[in-house]
Write a protein that binds this ligand. Sequence first.
Ligand SMILES: [Zn+2]
Length: 413
Amino acid sequence: MDFLVRDANVWQGPDRASIVVDDGRIERITTDDLEPPSSTEVINADGRLVTPTFANPHVHLDQVYTADEHPNVSGTFEEAFETNREVKYDYEASEIAERAGQALEEAARYGNTLVRGFADVDGYAGTEGVEALLECKKTYADVVDLQVCAFAQEGIGEHTHTQGIERLREGMAMGADVAGGIPWIEPSEASMQAHVDAVFDVAAEHDADVHFLVDDTDSPTSRSLEYVATRTLEEGYEGRVAVSHARALAAYDDYHAERVIDLVSRAGIHVCSNMHVVLYLAAHRDGHPIRRGITRVDELLEADVNVAIGQDDASDMWYPFGVNDMLELGWFACHAARLSGAAGRETALEMITTRAAAAMGIDTHGLVEGRSADLVVLDAETVREAFARGADRRWVLKDGRVIAETETTTTLR
Ligand SMILES: [Zn+2]
């Protein structure tokens, strides 16, 4: 045995247990008394809660930490789009890699070892973002498994700076893992559908998974999610498609929402909600009561749809906060998606760990014997306490190695 975590309260597992790690994997989880050989590294969890590491299936890594240099002064969606173009018009791979690297280090510190990072690919951005993230993927491989999503943020229409599909093709050829699109911003139903079709074509050329940003609006006329679901079934891409936002689903009448949720369930689509960004950025034109724009999390879960949470944005024009701390976002979801009570907290924790990993196409994440030893020892004994205190990540292990350690002490005077 290479590593032993002693006296752990294993999340959704036994209490006062030992986690035996060998060759980077969880060899055994047991309540037996173990006497490790002297060569074994031992951590005493001292009754603390141990969870799988966190996963973040959606974050725009090419834009992180630009909020001070390129502020969104009005805090609106419209200004965010403009500022986004400003930033990417003259950003360069080396500078992007520096900011993205800082975000990945922060992620690891907070116990977040699985990240799907997005990089815009269009006439403004070129493919600089993909180049930078592919470099980061190598540089930070020891602490974070990064998936690079080439993302056609400007659509695929004809205006000067779009070049969406051409640049997406380039990004995928460079080695991006995931093909990303945003069909709901297209000006017509026909162009929305053409956008979805084109992204599926590029993905199929590379046998790559797909991630769409869908219906990020409160308008019930926005219907890209159902088209994505239909095409997923036609392409035989069940389980390989994730979507983010799906706000309009909350605005549909119940009858239509039920039909769409059924399609989404049959297509095995993973839904990532980014509630903190929506509550910050959306519905600025509303009088009271202000719409909340959060997708139908409860109904999706009830229909066996995998729902996860993404950071989406960290200190950029879309959202001026966010540090890749998924525990913060799970806590937030308890409020925003009304995941109340003990069962709700469990679901929220799944949405930032196992469900978030599944949204990235990884269904082998979790505290299970035989799986990779990617785990967090939280400085809390229960899930409730972990959320309540935003608990320190006392130790973070990836592949059975400690990659981060935190101990905070405050002295009152
Ligand atoms: Zn996003």
